[in-house]
Design a binder for this molecule. Structure first.
Ligand code: ADP
Ligand code: MG
Length: 678
């Protein structure tokens, strides 16, 4: 054992080269690896039930006595299967137990002996049994760890070798966290945590042990990111620091900015004045007014002599931004242009020249902005709207068009601050946590499809009062073609049935861009009253006069997506409604009903994260950070504590070279790779 936890696994009693090979498949090579191989769950053998209480399909532990000998029977082709069966009784009832091919276990059982039988209960009429149970002596009736397995290793082997590892090596288990942290956060010592995560006396023991390891993992994750963040800060950028009278911009607006908008604008302007590039994420719930924040900053950049580019995830959104912003900027003498995939050749040439000469101050567009033939005279600010639709790569393709331009990312999916700091750890985060004045709460309801008539009657009333509405049409299958068909058919059906005489139109992703544009313009101008659409309207569309959102087959959508869709209404001063249509019952329905109770996007994305995990919310691995083994990013309490611990550690100057943090620094390097820390 001279190498302690780094000793090869074969040092352990009972682990030969053959077993070592199978363990290797589980990623276990050293004794330390084995200790880090945590249970997936636990079996509580101490919590027994009577045979009579066994229920079908539920795991049960029964303490009972063998009342017969073990009978042996060969079956299967060529007698390949050996069945061992016997009766056991616990006073309440008797049941038969059958073991398959478990010669070793069967031969050790004795008539009159008392054992614990654990496994999945089976009930057929009066007949109860546990199929192929795990069998233990009552003295060993403890909480048993259950490990993830692979071929060639079983639970018993993992349990005994882990026990052996702990017995042989516990003196080598070093504490990795500083003493004061352990005390302050009430953590188990590392040694104790290993003991209790593998062999807890109570389920609570296993929880406290798990908490320590989860916090430790999150801590390394957060620390690694904070180092990345420091590195990013070193990117030199041209400071934008001329004196700019922002009140000129503010007085061109038709409304008063909210306090939160002003605060966030100022946070951004402070960044721009520094000689390092801004990398900031602006989060704000739907309708909180992110666009005008972007506009303010682009105005500032222009007044300092820099150009800006604003990238939107869809053409529809780019067009909308261009329309709104050019109306605003024309009053201020700032020149905007729109560049998308459907910009004609002549126009494209004109724009290319304009940005190269500096005649155009602000370029708004889609992915088209990152094409090779687009070059700027002096790109100093890049804004990505509704960021989660873009990959990190696209973001950087755009920043490469300038000399480390400042970047601002506006997120469509508001996520809790702690999580944002972690997921977008290389970014600074600003939050617009206030809605513009005069907004009314959107009333949301879950309804059955039987309520169609009533609901569309209600929609009709709103139209009569001069309002407008969206209908997200049912999705039969999730592919473009059926989506398109469904949108067209459903809008025809509505036009003939509930919405006869009302000006109704449709929108789907497969329409030519020009057509999409004209439909949206007509809708924005009020020429169309009801827009039947796929989720293409999910992101960013802003028509303040729209007050009703109907979402058919609401059960097909994630909560964050529903929140985005709902965010298309309630953007003006009129009272708005959102109807979620579903015929599903049970959990699906209650998930939707819960959604109706809250309008807080941060809370909704937290729920979504809990239900579906970050992959769904952000697109898998988009953030390009290492994966977590134990911790979940939806575990807000753990995240909060880990963040706190991390800030205590990073408050020490050069924390990673202090001797007391050596183990932590090493762990961060292990998680993120060598280049990160040093
Ligand atoms: P989002 O944050 O969802 O991108 P937008 O920027 O599209 O929101 O703004 C939503 C609507 O609110 C727009 O019509 C915008 O003009 C309006 N708006 C933004 N800020 C304010 C404000 N401070 N007061 C009133 N209306 C505002
Ligand atoms: Mg927006």
């Amino acid at each position: 054992m001279e190498n302690g936890l780094n000793s090869n696994i074969t040092y352990l009693k009972g682990v030969g080269t053959k077993r070592a090979e199978t363990l290797q498949k589980l990623g276990i090579e050293t004794v330390g690896d084995l200790l880090d191989y945590y249970p997936r769950t636990y079996l509580d053998l101490s919590n027994t039930v009577k045979i009579r209480e066994i229920t079908d399909g539920e795991p049960a532990a029964v303490r009972a006595t063998l009342v017969t000998d073990v009978s042996v029977k060969k079956t299967g082709r060529g007698g390949s299967l050996t069945l061992y069966s016997f009766l056991v009784s616990d006073g309440s009832d008797t049941m038969q137990i059958t073991l398959f091919n478990q010669k070793y276990t069967a031969e050790k059982l004795m008539r009159g002996g008392e054992y614990i039988f654990y496994g999945k209960g089976e009930v057929t009429g009066f007949f109860r049994t546990i199929k192929s149970p795990l069998i233990e002596f009552p003295d060993n009736a403890a909480i048993l760890p259950v490990y993830p397995l692979s071929a060639g290793v079983n639970q018993k082997f993992l349990r005994t070798s882990t026990r052996a590892a702990l017995d042989a090596c516990s003196e080598y288990i070093r504490e990795t966290l500083p003493d004061n942290i352990i005390k302050k956060y009430g953590l188990l010592s590392r040694k104790e945590a290993y003991e209790k995560i593998h062999f807890p006396k109570t389920l609570n023991d296993s929880q406290t042990a798990l908490r320590r390891f989860v916090l430790e993992e999150l801590l390394y994750f957060i620390l690694g990111i904070s180092v990345l963040k420091k590195k990013n800060r070193k990117r030199v950028s041209v400071p934008l620091s001329s004196p700019v009278d922002m009140s000129v911009f503010y007085s061109a607006l038709s409304f008063e900015l909210t306090g939160a908008q002003k605060r966030v604008i100022n946070e951004c302007l402070e960044d721009l004045k520094r000689p390092v590039s801004m990398t900031r994420l602006v989060q704000g719930d739907v309708g909180s007014g992110k666009t005008v924040v972007a506009a303010a900053i682009m105005y500032y950049a222009k007044m300092c002599g820099g150009q800006s580019a604003m990238m939107a995830p869809t053409e529809v959104l780019a067009v909308q931004h261009h329309e709104n912003l050019s109306a605003l900027f024309s009053k201020l003498g700032v020149t905007c242009a729109l560049l998308t995939g459907s910009t004609g050749a002549a126009e494209r040439r004109r724009i290319r020249e304009g940005i190269l000469s500096g005649e155009i101050d602000i370029l708004i567009g889609t992915h088209a902005l990152i094409q090779k033939d687009v070059s700027f005279k002096n790109l100093s600010l890049v804004i990505a709207d509704e960021q989660h639709r873009f990959g990190v790569n696209q973001r950087s393709a755009l920043t490469e068009k300038g000399e480390n331009p400042h970047t601002l990312i506006m997120s469509a999916t508001p996520i809790p601050r702690t999580m944002a700091l972690i997921l977008y750890g290389d970014l600074d985060v600003s939050v617009i946590d206030e809605l513009p004045k005069g907004r009314q709460k959107i009333s949301s309801f879950v309804v059955n499809s039987q309520s169609h008539e009533k609901m569309y009657g209600y929609l009709r009333e709103q139209i009569m009062q001069g309002r407008q509405a969206y209908v997200v049409c049912p999705l039969i299958e999730e592919n473009d073609e059926s989506e398109t068909r469904s949108v067209i058919e459903f809008s025809e059906q509505l036009a003939e049935q509930y919405l006869r005489g009302i000006n109704i139109s449709y929108l789907h992703g497969k329409m030519p861009p020009k057509e999409k544009e004209s439909v949206l313009r007509d809708f924005a101008e009020g020429k169309i009253s009801v827009l039947v659409s796929t989720t293409v309207i999910e992101v960013g569309i802003n028509v303040p006069n729209a007050t009703v959102m109907i979402i058919e087959n609401a059960e097909k959508f994630g909560l964050s997506q529903l929140h985005q869709l709902r965010g298309r209404v309630g953007r003006g001063s009129h009272k708005s409604w959102c109807f979620l249509v579903t015929d599903h019952q049970g959990q699906t329905r209650s998930r939707l009903e819960n959604f109706c109770k809250t309008t807080d996007g941060f809370e909704i994305s937290r729920q979504d994260l809990e239900l579906r995990g970050p992959g769904d919310l952000f697109g898998s691995r988009q953030h390009g950070l290492p994966g977590l083994r134990l911790a979940s990013l939806a575990d807000m309490d753990a995240l909060h504590d880990a963040q706190q611990i991390a800030s205590e550690i990073t408050a020490q100057k050069g924390w990673y070279s202090l001797p007391e943090n050596a183990d932590i620094a090493a762990a961060v390097v292990r998680l993120f790779g060598k280049t990160t820390v040093v």
